[in-house]
Design a protein around this ligand. Sequence first.
Ligand SMILES: *Cc1c(COP(=O)(O)O)cnc(C)c1O
Length: 389
Amino acid sequence: MARDFEQEIKELETRHLRRQLRIAESPSETTITIEGRRFIAMASNNYLGLANHPAVNRAAIDAIERWGVGAGAARLISGTMTPHHQLEQDLARFKQVEAALTFGTGYTTNLGLIPALIDRDGLILADRYCHASLIEACRLAKATLRVFHHNDVEHLEKLLKKREKAQCTLVITEGVFSMDGDLAPLPELLTLCRQHEATLVIDDAHGTGVMGANGRGTIEHFGLNPQDVMQMGTLSKAIGTGGGYVAGTAALKEYLINTAKAFIYTTAQPPAIAAAASAAIRIIQHEPARRERLWKNRNHLHAALTNLGFQLTDTQSPILPIIVKSSETALKMSQALYEAGIYVPAIRPPTVPKDSSRLRLTVSSEHTQEQLETVVTAFREAGKEMQVI
Ligand SMILES: *Cc1c(COP(=O)(O)O)cnc(C)c1O
């Protein structure tokens, strides 16, 4: 029997879980144009305004003129070009590790990395709030997957004590959690992994460019040695371009080149995107003022929303989630804000657990004081109207 897609969509609609694409008629900036109307954009991961930065754009245009648009083949066949090699060197230097390997997206980085690290005899212990790409990667790996309570080091320890000593074990977490904005207790997790001979894998998609004195990420924020962990990240958020990477030892890189299917069997990232990512990393390293502006904006908006009485998560990053519980309230509030000229979509299950639907704001270094004031005013009015505050 064939599935009735229309019926299934209707069912999603009645549960307030239907999702729809909105078409942006403008680049990723602090404003977004939809159906000819301008909105203040509060939902992009373009934390440092590099997705449409003139120097980053210029690097891509120059690279297209020099290298063309497509890479033509997978990296191992004939798709590795100078910009890919350069980007991997830049990433390794930025992350202060021996080597980096890039993939098509952050999502496929996880799909490539995790199954290459472990097989069906192994054990994966993953934080309950890990991103969908990590969970899919764990399933693909076929190892036993156990989930520990979010950021609960004691629960993780219990699970580590239960396993057989010889079993290959990965502990997987995010540096900055994408839907809650809080940080993993990396020093404690690392100590535990050492005691139990497990490997700590960190997805630093939202930490890179944002956390740490030099924007190197959550590992720098905690003052840990990057040689002690295995980390991946994406080029699509603060770095403003597209693609993902693993940063670690030269041996890990070599091993992944030989075993990670999501690396081997896919066409190389377009060379212009690699060149743009290199330019963006250069800006991150040379313009700390951008990160300072980001944090100033973040702290200002966090304080204003908290003072209004909104219930925020325990966020420690520029991700500001406002919990409104029901999907229906989240949708209605998002709609009210939309009408007030603020673009912030409702985040609902299955992206977040049941009864924790939220409006998730992300702040950029490029938001102006005036834009942030408009956002606060609109939230105050919508929050009162919906009886959220
Ligand atoms: C966004 C994200 C990814 C996927 O990265 P893309 O480059 O968008 O594919 C992976 N992990 C986490 C935690 C993310 O937030």
